[in-house]
Design a binder for this molecule. Structure first.
Ligand SMILES: [Zn+2]
Length: 680
């Protein structure tokens, strides 16, 4: 299952929203900034995002098969092509290794569209029969355990997660789940757009049931009941903002107390059915949800619950089924939810799935082919510099008492970093990948993952493990491990280039590093100590000062309105906005210190000063066009602000930006002394 305390990512790559189209090489410039992206007709002090990205935005419309298209997408696209080549070679190679066999045959079984078409719904039959044959509560518990082992999101989630009070050990955890819409609030919003979306969702469920042969009128009736079940589950769930408070997710129960929480769904029987390692204490992230779950199981009886399980199973299987299922699933989750017009080409979907399911197999080859030693060494050097700046920053804070400063420095010095790829690769030897059985392969890889996760319960946390695959264009901070992680996939242009000058590299990858580091000290991360335990190490006075400074950022971003009538959710995005603000400031300090040590110092290049190039470097990683449907979805669910505000929201808080561009007090990007927000 998802970890209890999610690692905080640099960007969100929502499932199924990966990119297409080819990347053009960056036009030559002396410093590495993209001169052709800049809109020189606009004023950097009025709208810096438009200045840094205006021409790029105009010249890079969103491809039909994408929900958004930006600089991240271009890099992702390059990575996809490399992965495709590896997957195709692994498929064809005569004397291939066992790892190549798995990668090649997984990818090949996904690409075999004609065979999948011929098989029709046959691969679903066994599981659908099992669901149909459920007669007793015990059968129900057993089937849910089976579905969970295959990672079908039914009713709730279970898995291992670090113990919040002893982050060195893994413990068992139960959490809410089972919804087909993006999150709780989708079931209850009363605006016209949301009501329409729910109608389309119910119609989608009915159509999916129709595809396995349920007659239309019956399918519609069943879909309406399934929607009622999900709405009840949503009622008992925490929303995305509530889930950002780590303390609200910790409720430890002895296993013999579970009947009090969930009298009508036997959780202990469920653990037995799962063959989980034995344990006496389990953390329940949302106890009210399990009370609701128990009531749902009691109220709806077996018939409707079986229909609900059928729906969840075919929905998670859709991508491995014939065209009609793929198209119907895309129609709702792609077209309706994100505004994407066309399905991505098959090879891209298959590369995406191979990376998702066998990421450290295909990723190992990816690293061998792409990742240079220089990139790793330079990144590590920058990480060290930026950590030093954060130390200086903490020491210089006027709002923090010496006692808390001491603790903050202990935490900072305990941060570890992982760069590029795992030291020890995942062992896939027990996983069986069968040629020509895509659905089976998908569920076998899921089972492999579930077992790996579940067997951790009661054992020490393996801090060498990665939460992201090596080709991923992203980065993360893990609060329970107090580490920052940068996969090989992001250590490339436009984030890092050995051809770009320092100003541009610090504005891009430097800011990413600063961002991840700051996550350890944002409103969520600050609640964990140096060892990753959820423990309060703050003096009360400092906590109050922090909250006040953070509320400035909350208010600033809440005032932004990316779509008419839709504001950024300041509390949902607070951690990310804090990290962006702190990250860019730290990167700037590191750049200036690093230049001061060298003889060449600051120089004019491409018509820009060092500081100006630094800010353009930051601005240009965010050049991105987005469909309004997708933007709405992300504003409601994503802890990151939209690209434009990740740029403008930060620079208008920085005095150094105002100085670099000579902004005037009446201009939007002007950082008014004493009025702009700053936490770190
Ligand atoms: Zn982040």
């Amino acid at each position: 299952m998802r970890q209890l305390f999610l690692p905080t990512l640099f960007i969100t790559l929502a499932a199924g929203l990966l990119y297409g189209q080819s990347a053009e090489s960056t036009p030559a410039s002396q410093s590495g900034i993209d001169l052709s992206a800049i809109d020189k007709t606009s004023d950097p002090c009025t709208d810096f995002y438009q200045y840094a990205c205006g021409n790029w935005l105009k010249n890079n419309p969103i491809p039909k098969e994408e929900s958004h298209w930006g600089r991240f997408s271009e890099l992702h696209e390059r990575n996809q092509k490399i992965l495709r080549q590896i997957a195709e070679e692994s498929q064809a190679h005569i004397s291939r290794s066992p790892l190549d066999q798995k990668v090649g045959d997984f990818y090949g079984s996904c690409m075999a569209e004609d065979e999948i078409q011929k098989l029709g719904t046959k691969p679903l039959a066994d599981e659908l029969n099992r669901i149909k044959n459920i007669q007793t509560q015990k059968d129900l518990v057993d089937e849910i355990a089976r579905l969970h082992e295959r990672q079908v999101g039914a009713l709730f989630n279970f898995g291992s997660s670090p113990d919040p009070d002893n982050a060195k050990m893994e413990m068992a955890g139960l959490d809410q789940g089972g919804l087909g819409l993006p999150e709780k609030d989708y079931y209850f919003r009363t605006d016209a757009n949301s009501i329409e979306l729910r109608k389309k969702y119910v119609a989608h469920i009915a159509k999916m049931l129709g595809l396995i042969g349920v007659p239309s009128a019956e399918a519609q009736k069943k879909a309406a009941t399934i929607m009622k079940i999900e709405t009840d589950l949503a009622k008992g769930s925490l929303d995305v903002v509530q889930r950002r408070d780590p303390k609200s997710l910790v409720h430890k129960y002895k296993t013999d107390q579970l009947a009090q929480v969930s009298p009508d769904f036997n959780l202990r029987e469920y653990f037995t059915a799962l063959e989980a390692p034995s344990f006496n204490v389990v953390n329940i992230a949302a106890p009210d949800f399990f009370k609701t779950l128990s009531k749902v199981v009691e109220t709806y009886k077996l018939g409707p619950i079986k229909d609900y399980l059928t729906w969840r199973y075919i929905s998670s299987s859709a991508r491995a089924l014939p065209k009609a299922f793929v198209d119907e699933s895309f129609d709702f989750y792609g077209r309706t939810l994100t505004g994407t017009q066309e399905l991505r080409p098959r090879w891209k979907r298959c590369v995406q799935m191979t990376d998702a399911e066998l990421g450290e197999a295909i990723g190992k080859r990816y690293v061998e082919e792409t990742f240079g030693k220089e990139g790793k060494a330079r990144t590590l050097e920058m990480v060290n510099e930026i950590e030093r700046e954060m130390g200086k920053d903490i020491e210089s804070l006027t709002w923090m008492t010496p006692e808390t400063k001491k603790q903050a420095l202990v935490k900072l010095h305990a941060v570890t970093n992982k760069i590029g790829y795992p030291d020890k690769w995942r062992d896939y030897s027990t996983l069986n990948i069968v040629k020509g059985d895509y659905l089976g392969n998908m569920y076998r890889t899921n089972q492999f993952d579930t077992k790996r996760d579940r067997n951790k319960i009661g054992r020490p946390v393996d801090r060498a493990e990665w939460e992201m695959t090596p080709p991923t264009v992203n980065a993360y901070y893990d609060p329970t491990q107090n580490n920052i992680n940068f996969p090989a996939g992001i250590l490339q242009p436009p984030f890092y280039s050995n051809k770009a000058d320092d100003a541009v590299n610090y504005g891009a990858i430097g800011a990413v590093i600063g961002h991840e580091l700051t996550h350890g000290f944002d409103d969520e991360g600050r609640q964990f100590d140096a060892d990753g335990n959820l423990r309060d190490w703050w003096q009360k006075k400092d906590e109050e000062a922090f909250t006040k400074l953070a509320s400035c950022i909350d208010e600033e971003y809440s005032s932004f309105q990316p779509l008419s009538g839709v504001h950024i959710r300041g509390k949902l995005t607070l951690g990310e906005n804090t990290a962006d603000n702190g990250g860019l400031r730290l990167a700037y300090m590191a750049l200036m210190d690093s230049l001061a040590k060298r003889t060449e110092g600051q120089q004019q290049k491409d018509g820009y000063s060092t500081a100006q190039r630094f800010f353009i470097g930051w601005g240009q990683i965010w050049c991105e066009n987005e469909r309004p449907e997708s933007e709405r979805l992300l504003i409601q669910t994503d802890p990151h602000s939209p690209a434009k505000y990740r740029v403008n929201g930060v620079v208008k808080n920085m005095q150094s930006f105002t100085e670099a561009w000579g902004c005037k007090p009446d201009q939007s990007m002007f950082a008014a002394p004493g009025k702009s927000c700053r936490v770190w």
